[in-house]
Design a protein around this ligand. Structure first.
Ligand code: COA
Ligand code: AMP
Length: 632
C-alpha cells in the first residue's frame, strides 16, 4: 500500500508548479492566471498571479449553472433551538445575492472589511459568501470571545460594517451578542459605520438608531448583487488566531489559491464529490469552519451541514450519530475532544445502534493531537476509517493527511500520516539541521508553502516574517514540535511556543498573563496548559501576589478567573489558579514553564541546571497538591 500515493507525491515534488497548475484547472476563473507562482520576493510567495476569480461564484453560482440548483447546499440542524432548515443551491444564490446587495447599499465594496460575529446559523454563511461575492474581506470572530477581544479585531481589521445576531445559544445559557458588540465598539478606536443584526426569536436586541439595522428588513429591500472579479492574490478573508502575545495574528487568505487548494482537498483528502453530504462539526469562527463548513464543501458542490449544538447534552451523546443518519453524511469531521466527550457519556457507544450510519464512509479528526484511545474508539464503534489530519489556521488546510481520495495509507495511531503532495515537511534542531528519523525537533515546512496558506498577516508583513520565517530561513516555522518516522509519517507532539490547545481551541497563555497582570494584587504570573482527560489541556495560572497583600487568596483567584472570562471570553476556559510564593526561574530570569507543567502533570523532570533556587519547585508541588494536582 502506498504506491499510488508515493508516485503522485514524487511527481508533485518534482514539479510543484505543474501539479498546482493542473489543480487550478478545476476551478472557475474569470481570467486564468498568467503565472503559477511568483517567487520573486521570498518569503512573500504569490500563487496564480494574474488570475481573476470570485469565491462566491465558485461556491454557489457555478453549481446552479451546472444544474445543481435543486440540490441542498446547506442543511441547518439546531438542537438548541429545535429547528431545521434546508437551503438549495438556487435558494442560497438568491439569499447571498440579496445579502451582498444589502452590503453594497451600506457602502461595502471591493477590499472593504466586514466583521462577522455570529452564532451557527445559515446567515453567518450567507454573510461570508455575500462578502466574497462583492470582493469584500470578511473577518469572522468566534462567539465565545469577549468584547475586548472583539475590539482588538475591530481596531486591526478596521471594518466598515459588522454583521451580527441578537444571540448565540449555549446549552446552559443564552449569550446576548448585542451588549458585547456595543461594548466592543465603545472600546475600539476604529468605529464601523453600521451594524446589521439578525434578530433571533430567542432574544430581541435593542438597536442604536442610525448605526444599527435589522438584517431581515434591510435584505428585503436590497437588490441582488452580481459576483465581481477579484485578483487571485486579493484576501478572501482575515482570520485572527492566537499568537504568543495578547494581540492575535490576522491570518490573510489569498482568494485564488484558497479556492484551488480547498477544491483539491475535497476530492483528494476527504474523497468527497459534488452531491455528497459533508459535515464539519465545528464553528464558522474557526478555520475548520471557514474551510470545511463553508468553502471546501461548497466549492466542490457538496451539501454542508451547519450544526448548532454540542456533541453531548443536546440532548445526548447520540447527537452526532443522529445527524449523520438523518442527512446521510458521507464524511464527518470533528475534534478528538468532541469524541472524548461522547465516549465519556456513552463509553460502549450504545447510542450508535439507534441510528443508520450506513452512509458514513470516513470519520476525520483534527484540531489537536489525536490520542490513540480516541482513534481506536472511533474505529471500533463506527467501523469506518478514522483519519487524523494536521493543520493550522495559517495553512487553512492539511499539512499532513492520509489522503482518502488518492490512496488510503496504513493508519498509525498518533500520526496524521504523511505530508500532502508538494508540502516538504522537515524536523530540525535549533541550528536548523535535519534530525534523524524518530528524533524530536521543531517541525518546519520548506517554502513556498502549498497554495491556500497564509500570504501574510493583515497590515503586518514584519510580524509575518518574524513569527514564521525568520528562525529557519527558507522554511516556515509551524510552532509545533514532533518527529518523522522512517516511513515519513509525521508525529505532532506539542507546541514550541506559549500556545495551548483547549478542547480543540487555540489559546495564548501570554494573552491570559496580560489580563492577570492588570489585577492590582498580582506581582507576576505564569499560565500554562495542564493535561485534561476531556479537553486535552486546560489553562492553569500560577500567581505571585505583591508583597503586603493580605486579602484572602480564594477571593483574588475568583476575581482573576472572572477577569479572564470577561476580557478574553468563556472559551478561554480559565478556571484553575494557585497562589505561589515564587516562580521558578533560570538565572537569567526566564520562568521555567516546562518544569512547572511537568510537576502539575505528575511527570518526571530533570532539575534544570540553570534554576536559581531548586526549593521553589517543592513549593510549587505543595501548592498544586492543595488543589488536587497532579491528578491520579
Ligand atoms: N459562544 C459563547 N460561549 C461559548 C461558545 C460560543 N460560541 N462556545 C463555547 N462557549 C463557552 C461554553 O459555554 C463554556 O462556557 P462555561 O464556562 O460557562 O461552561 C466555555 O465557552 C468553554 O467551552 P468549551 O471549551 O466548548 O467547553 P464545553 O464544556 O462547553 O464543551 C466540548 C466541551 C468538548 C463538548 C466542546 O468543547 C466541543 O464540542 N469541542 C469541539 C471543538 C471543535 O469542534 N473545535 C474546532 C476544531 S475542529
Ligand atoms: P488552529 O490554528 O487553531 O487550527 O490550531 C493549530 C494547532 O493545533 C497546530 O499547530 C497543532 O498544535 C494543533 N493541531 C491541529 N491538528 C492537529 C493534529 N491532527 N495533531 C496534532 N496537533 C494538531
Amino acid at each position: 500500500m502506498g504506491q499510488i500515493f508515493d508516485k503522485i507525491a514524487a511527481e508533485a515534488a518534482a514539479d510543484p508548479q505543474g501539479f498546482w497548475a493542473k489543480a487550478a484547472e478545476d476551478i472557475a476563473w474569470i481570467t486564468p492566471p498568467k503565472q503559477v507562482l511568483d517567487d520573486a520576493k521570498p518569503p512573500f510567495y504569490r500563487w496564480f498571479v494574474g488570475g481573476e476569480v470570485n469565491g462566491c461564484y465558485n461556491a454557489v453560482d457555478r453549481h446552479v449553472e451546472a444544474g445543481r440548483g435543486e440540490q441542498n447546499a446547506l442543511i441547518y440542524d439546531s438542537p438548541v433551538t429545535d429547528s431545521k432548515r434546508q437551503i438549495t443551491y438556487a435558494e442560497l444564490q438568491d439569499q447571498v445575492a440579496r445579502c451582498a446587495g444589502m452590503l453594497q447599499a451600506h457602502n461595502v465594496g471591493y477590499g472593504d472589511r466586514v466583521i462577522i460575529y455570529m452564532p451557527m446559523v445559515p446567515e453567518a454563511v450567507i454573510g461570508m459568501l455575500a462578502c466574497a461575492r462583492i470582493g469584500a474581506i470578511h473577518s469572522v470572530v468566534f462567539g465565545g470571545f469577549a468584547a475586548a477581544e472583539l475590539a482588538k479585531r475591530i481596531d486591526d481589521a478596521a471594518p466598515k460594517l459588522i454583521l451580527t445576531a441578537s444571540c448565540g445559544i449555549e446549552p446552559s445559557r443564552l449569550v446576548e451578542y448585542k451588549p458585547l458588540i456595543d461594548e466592543a465598539i465603545d472600546l475600539s478606536v476604529h468605529k464601523p459605520d453600521s451594524v446589521i443584526l439578525w434578530q433571533r426569536p430567542q432574544c430581541e436586541a435593542s438597536m442604536i438608531a442610525g448605526r444599527d439595522f435589522n438584517w431581515a428588513e434591510e435584505v428585503a429591500k436590497a437588490e441582488p448583487a452580481a459576483c465581481v472579479p477579484v485578483k487571485s492574490e486579493d484576501p478572501a478573508y482575515i482570520l485572527y488566531t492566537s499568537g504568543t502575545t495578547g494581540m492575535p495574528k490576522g491570518v490573510v487568505r489569498p482568494t485564488g489559491a484558497h479556492i484551488v487548494a480547498l477544491k483539491w482537498s475535497m476530492k483528494n483528502i476527504y474523497d468527497c464529490e459534488a452531491g455528497d453530504v459533508y459535515w464539519a462539526a465545528s464553528d464558522v469562527g474557526w478555520v475548520v469552519g471557514h474551510s470545511y463548513i463553508v468553502y471546501g464543501p461548497l466549492f466542490e458542490g457538496c451539501t454542508s451541514v451547519i450544526y448548532e449544538g454540542k456533541p453531548v447534552g443536546t440532548p445526548d451523546a447520540g447527537a452526532f450519530w443522529r445527524v449523520i443518519s438523518d442527512y446521510k453524511v458521507k464524511a464527518m469531521f470533528t475534534a478528538p475532544t468532541a469524541i472524548r466527550a461522547v465516549k465519556k457519556e456513552d463509553p460502549n457507544g450504545d447510542l450508535i445502534a439507534n441510528y443508520d450510519l450506513s452512509h458514513l464512509k470516513y470519520q476525520f479528526l483534527a484540531g489537536e493531537r489525536c490520542d490513540p484511545d480516541t482513534l481506536k474508539w472511533c474505529e471500533d464503534k463506527l467501523g469506518v476509517p478514522t483519519i487524523d489530519h494536521w493543520w493550522q489556521t495559517e495553512t487553512g488546510w492539511s499539512i499532513a493527511a492520509n489522503c482518502m481520495g488518492i490512496e488510503p495509507l496504513p493508519v498509525k495511531a498518533g500520526s496524521p500520516a504523511r505530508p500532502i503532495p508538494t508540502c516538504d515537511v522537515r524536523v530540525v534542531d535549533e541550528a536548523g539541521k535535519d534530525v534523524a528519523a524518530g528524533d524530536i525537533g521543531a517541525i518546519v515546512v520548506k517554502l513556498p508553502l502549498p497554495p491556500g496558506s497564509l500570504s501574510t498577516l493583515w497590515n503586518n508583513d514584519e510580524r509575518y516574517v518574524d513569527a514564521y520565517m525568520a528562525d529557519y530561513p527558507g522554511f516556515y516555522k509551524t510552532g509545533d514540535a514532533g518527529y518523522l518516522d522512517e516511513d515519513g509519517y509525521v508525529y505532532v507532539m506539542s507546541r514550541t511556543d506559549d500556545i495551548i490547545n483547549v478542547a480543540g481551541h487555540r489559546l495564548s497563555t501570554g494573552g491570559m498573563e496580560e489580563v492577570l497582570a492588570e489585577h492590582p494584587d498580582v506581582a507576576e504570573s505564569a499560565v500554562l496548559g495542564v493535561n485534561d482527560t476531556l479537553k486535552g489541556q486546560v489553562p492553569m495560572g500560577f500567581i505571585v501576589l505583591k508583597s503586603g497583600v493580605s486579602r484572602a487568596g480564594d477571593e483574588i483567584i475568583k476575581e482573576l478567573i472572572a477577569s479572564v472570562r470577561e476580557r478574553i471570553g468563556p472559551v478561554a476556559a480559565f478556571k484553575l489558579a494557585v497562589i505561589v510564593a515564587r516562580l521558578p526561574k533560570t538565572r537569567s530570569g526566564k520562568i521555567l514553564r516546562g518544569t512547572i507543567q511537568k510537576i502539575a502533570n505528575g511527570e518526571s523532570y530533570a532539575m534544570p541546571a540553570t534554576i536559581d533556587d531548586p526549593a521553589i519547585l517543592d513549593e510549587i508541588a505543595d501548592a498544586l497538591n492543595h488543589i488536587g494536582y497532579p491528578k491520579s
